[in-house]
Every structure is written in C-alpha cells, then in structure tokens.
Design a binder for this molecule. Structure first.
Ligand SMILES: NC(=O)c1ccc[n+]([C@@H]2O[C@H](COP(=O)([O-])OP(=O)(O)OC[C@H]3O[C@@H](n4cnc5c(N)ncnc54)[C@H](O)[C@@H]3O)[C@@H](O)[C@H]2O)c1
Length: 459
C-alpha cells in the first residue's frame, strides 16, 4: 500500500502525540545548574580529539546554533592541529595538551572526541574544571568506569550529552511516537544490524606519511593502556585494538541499542550472550569483525519481556540492509535514521480451520461436529482480521540529527538543565550492555547485568 507523510501523521493517535513529548525516563530529579549562561552570551566550546569525528562534531555543533563559538582544539597529532586552523580559522587556539583547554576560564563546554580509552579521564577532568561536556559514544571503554563518570556529572551540576546522535533524528522520534502509541502491540523481539564490506568501513583509515614520534604524542595516546613501542597503525586505526577501542559492539552496537532504548524507554537487558569471529580482516586486529549478540530484556512496568539480536558483519559481501526492527504482537516498526515503515497486522479472535490443518484428516461426521462447535464459539464478528496497514515515513531532507543533538546539548546548557536526551545515565545504560557483549565474546560466557542499578551480577 502506498502511503505518504500525511497519511502517516493522520495515523498517529492523540495518545501517541502526548507520549512523544515525554523524554526518556530519568532515574533521578533533574537538578538545575546554578550558573546559567546569559541568553546574550555565545557558548564558547573546544574540541578535544580533532580526528574524523572531531571534525564532524565540530561542524555539527556550529550548524546547530549561531550562538556558539569554536575557540580551541586539542589533538596529539600535529597535522590535525594544522588542519583545524586551515578549516576553522587561524584564530582557533590549538594544543597537544587538553589540560591547557580545561584551564581556560573563557571556555564553557568541551567535546570529548578521543579514542574510547580516554573518554572517562577527560570527561571527569572537564567536569571538575567546570565545563559542560559532550562525550562521544560509547560513554566509557570499560564497564567499571561508568559509575565514576555518572558521579562526577552529578557532583558537577554541569550539562552532559553522550554522542549517539541518531536518536535526535525525525525518524527515530517518529518510531518512538508510534511505539509509545501501542502500534506494535506488546513488544517481543528486536533486531538491529550494521553490516559493511569495505576497508574504510572496517576501520582501516588512511595513515599520514609523516606519522612519527616527532609529529605525534605517542605516550599520551597510550594513556592507561599497556606501554608498547610506537606503531602508527595503533594510533590511526585504534579501533582495531581492544586496548584503546571497544570493538564492533562498543563502536556500533551502541548506536543500535541507544535507538532501541530511546524508542522503548527500556532500562536495559538482564542476560547477554555473544558469538563471533575474526573472519576477513586478519590485519593484526584483536577484535572480531563478525559479532552476533542476544540480549534478554525482562518484563517491566512499561514493556513486556523481549529478545534483542544485534549484528555487525564487516565481511558481508551479500545484500546489506542496515536497519532496526521492533516487533510486537500487532505489528512492526522498521526504521533507519532517514525513514520508517510501520506494518500493522492484528489477528482475529477466531483461529480458523481447514487449510494445512488436522481438520482435513477428521472423518466426515467429526468434521461436521467440529464445524458446529466452531460456529457456536466464533460468530462472524470474531473472524475478520483487520486489514494489514502499512504506514511510511520519510524524514524531511533538512532534518539534521547531528545538529539537533548538539542543539539539545546547547539548549540545556542555556537553561541550566541537566535534562539532555542522552545524559550519562542513559549513556551508560546503553554502553554497559554492549561492553558486556564483548565480555561475553572474549570470556565465552553469559553476562548478567542489573539494568536498574547498573551493575554486573554474578551468574
Ligand atoms: N557518534 C558517531 O556517529 C561517531 C562516529 C565516529 C566516531 N565516534 C567516536 O568519536 C571518537 C573519535 O573517533 P574518530 O573516528 O574521530 O577517531 P580518530 O582516530 O579519527 O580521532 C581521534 C583523535 O583523538 C586524538 N587523541 C587521542 N588521545 C588524545 C588525548 N589524550 N588528547 C587529545 N587528543 C587525543 C588523536 O590524536 C586523534 O586525532 C570515538 O570515541 C568514536 O567512538 C562517534
């Protein structure tokens, strides 16, 4: 059935519109910042980590509001600092040492866009220095780092946003609205995947010809990771090594689970199991390139129990259709950042008979007896299925999830509010289960997680 955005909007019930305005369930009362930024002041921000995403985040932050200013950048590789001045202007202050940024009183907010193993350290130091923080996903590299980031955030009273920006897209918001309106009935299964098949997609990013101990700060890059001799591959392709990155689970599952938690308001799974392998990219990496995880979500006050299957296959030479499907007893929502299809299918009360059924094997007299009983039990009105309904949504071209995500961050800073769409509690409830997917793979066991108290449990 062909449909359009208008049909889609017509199909949204009043209830869904109401629920869509609710933000993700928050675990504690939002406290207000004492020091607000005056509406007349520009928010001055700095980016720490000016690699691929550092550039992308900085551009998105600048697109999100005219009332923000990019004033400083830190990075460990000189070439990237030179590039900052080429792209954003000579007046931007650049340094290898992020602490010089934290010392500056004229900087209100920082974007933490370093490799994963630096997220917790720089985030906590930034909050302590009185900065608002936008921290890239996954919020932390290790599960045991999460609570200390949450504590530092609560203590600071500063605004924080975690950077899984797709939840700020129009399509994800519509998915949430439909789901909360009950359009899929009782949720029972979710599947979501992010497959790829190309070298860049599999994280083999280009290495500059001048990479050396002279042009970059190797010791600082290593941070709390084991000390190893300089290796440009480790510096520029850090995702391939579990000392610095979080594998496909921390890097990509985290976007998928964040989307599902955003739509369903779920707090997270209780049991997590992974299976995977290093299938194709045998280039020295120590993380799998194919990973499938099953996450078991318990029944709660707000949703039924359901199973979630996440998959990344970096060696998928077949058809690739990356999306999320939320399936329930009355329909399914299938969505990406740009579009969505809701299919509603509700069974009639009467089960039907004949067709591929044991009825045909009954004797004639038994068939007659069965039919009589069936007619008495199921009047005509119980036999009609609702027609299958398909509703499509295509996000407006101008929808800019990345800029929206930053707008939410900056708006909350201005309001003196901690209530961002992806605060650290939300961020950790998404990060911890996907980091547990890694633990399950490497330790070959089921991981037990307490999603309410955000703690690992004994099996
Ligand atoms: N939200 C998204 O869609 C998205 C997309 C890509 C990456 N990311 C996240 O962004 C982060 C960065 O990824 P990337 O692809 O830009 O990596 P990258 O390697 O391109 O850039 C990381 C940069 O951080 C710098 N760096 C490392 N340690 C530092 C430190 N202590 N101080 C200052 N600079 C430091 C490095 O010199 C490097 O230039 C990761 O956490 C990643 O998961 C998010």
């Amino acid at each position: 059935m062909k449909s359009n955005r208008r049909d889609f909007l017509r199909n949204i019930t009043a209830a869904s519109a109401l629920i869509a305005t609710d933000s993700v369930a928050k675990p504690f009362n939002i406290i207000r910042n004492l020091k607000k930024i005056s509406p007349n002041d520009k928010i001055r921000f700095a980016t720490i980590g000016m690699g691929i995403q550092g550039h992308s985040d900085t551009r998105a932050a600048l697109r999100s509001s005219k009332e923000v200013e990019f004033v400083a950048a830190a990075d460990l590789y000189d070439g990237r600092l030179t590039r900052v001045k080429e792209v954003f202007g000579k007046e931007v202050f650049t340094t290898r040492d992020y602490r010089q940024i934290l010392e500056r009183k004229d900087i209100d907010a920082v974007l933490v866009v370093t490799p994963d193993h630096w997220h917790d350290h720089i985030t906590k130091a930034s909050l302590k220095a009185g900065k608002h923080v936008y921290c890239e996903k996954p919020m932390v590299q290790q599960i045991n780092e999460g609570q200390s980031v949450i504590d530092a955030w609560k203590k600071s009273g500063k605004t924080m946003q975690i950077g899984s920006q797709r939840i700020s897209s129009a399509s994800f918001r519509e998915a949430k609205r439909l789901y909360q309106a009950g359009e899929v009935g009782e949720i029972n299964y979710v599947e979501s995947n992010n497959d790829r098949f190309n070298a860049i997609g599999a994280w083999n990013y280009s290495i500059p010809t001048d990479a050396s101990l002279r042009t970059l700060d190797w010791d600082t890059f290593l941070g709390d990771a084991p000390k190893v001799p300089f290796d440009a591959k480790r510096f520029f392709r850090w995702r391939n090594y579990k000392d610095y990155g979080t594998g496909v689970a921390g890097d990509l599952f985290v976007h998928l689970i964040t989307g599902v938690h955003f739509v369903t308001n779920s707090m997270g799974p209780e049991r997590i199991f992974s299976s995977g392998e290093l299938s194709y990219w045998k280039d020295g990496r120590d993380v799998p390139d194919v990973l499938v995880s099953i996450l078991e979500y318990p029944k709660t006050d707000i949703h039924a129990n359901f199973q979630m299957v996440l998959r990344v296959n970096f060696a998928n030479a077949g058809a690739i259709a990356n999306n999320t499907r939320i399936i329930g007893t009355e329909g399914q929502i299938e969505f990406t950042e740009n579009n969505l299809v809701l299919t509603r299918k509700k069974l009639p009360k009467a089960p039907g008979f004949a067709g591929y059924d044991s009825y045909n094997t009954f004797s004639e007299s038994e068939q007659a007896a069965f039919k009589k009983q069936y007619d008495a039990q199921y009047p005509e009105s119980t036999r009609l299925a609702e027609p299958i309904k398909e509703v499509k949504f295509i996000a407006p071209k101008e929808d800019d999830a990345h800029a929206n995500h930053f707008a939410d961050f900056f708006d909350n800073i201005r309001k003196g509010s901690l209530g961002t769409v992806e605060d650290p509690v939300f961020g950790f409830r998404a990060a911890a289960p996907v980091l547990a997917c890694n633990s399950s793979y490497f330790e070959k066991k089921v991981i037990h997680w307490d999603p309410i108290n955000m703690k690992l449990k004994k099996g």
